[in-house]
Design a protein around this ligand. Structure first.
Ligand code: ZN
Length: 222
């Protein structure tokens, strides 16, 4: 299991310490939610923060674009130092082209789907992507609870990967805590994004160790 703590929930005053802390606890990715105020109501980071983070940390910069027409900005985000760039199926009419362009620029490409988007809508691009992000809440909105049915999509994607020999990793994002980890792993999740659960606690590293403890228990059970 890869843990990808979400920068959106981290405090900027002690960011450097927090990044070191989460990495020491075993996190290998840093999830960066980019919001444009159109695709989702909120605003967050632009490419500038990605280049700053690239200088600060060796964590994999896992960039989740929640923006309309990502084709207009993907090159900026790649040049800034994104390691994985994920775009939403719902955000562009040119999904295949966007994913091809990301790959052609030597960046890992991901596709994300909202809770209301059928998993079948991304079947034509499964062979192209390195990562699939299944949203487990509605993106860009506060205080939401985990939507159980989204794990059915994860199961489906896991089955089709085995059947077809695809290489993508499956990621879940939204209201994930230590109580959810086993269900996610059972469904076939590889990457767990977690924000508030990790950064709202006094010791973010300790929270990550709790997530890995659940993974350890899960592996012992099965
Ligand atoms: Zn995200």
């Amino acid at each position: 299991m890869i843990v990808s703590p979400s920068l959106l929930n981290a405090g900027i005053y002690h960011l450097k310490d927090d990044l070191r802390n989460i990495q020491n606890a075993g996190a290998s990715y840093l999830h960066i939610d980019v919001m444009d105020g159109k695709f989702v109501p909120n605003l967050s980071f632009g490419p500038g923060i990605i280049s700053d983070l690239k200088k600060m940390t060796s964590l994999v910069l896992d960039v989740h674009l929640m923006i309309e027409n990502p084709e207009n900005l993907i090159l900026d985000f790649i040049q800034a130092g994104s390691d994985v760039l994920t775009v939403h199926q719902e955000s562009t009419k040119h999904l295949y082209y966007v994913l091809q362009t990301i790959k052609a620029n030597r960046c890992k490409a991901g596709v994300a789907i909202n809770p209301g988007t059928p998993v079948q809508s991304i079947l034509p691009v499964l062979h192209l992507v390195d990562q699939i992000l299944v949203m487990t809440i509605n993106p860009g909105r506060q205080n939401q609870s985990f939507i159980e049915e989204t794990l059915e999509k994860v199961q489906y994607l896991s089955q089709i990967r085995n059947k077809m020999g695809y290489i993508y990793k499956i990621q879940v994002d939204g209201s994930i805590n230590d109580e959810r980890v086993k269900d996610c792993l059972a469904a076939g999740v590889d990457i767990v994004v977690s924000g508030g659960y990790i950064f709202n606690a006094d010791n973010p590293g300790e929270q990550i160790r709790k997530l890995f403890k659940k993974e350890y228990e899960y592996k012992k059970e099965f």
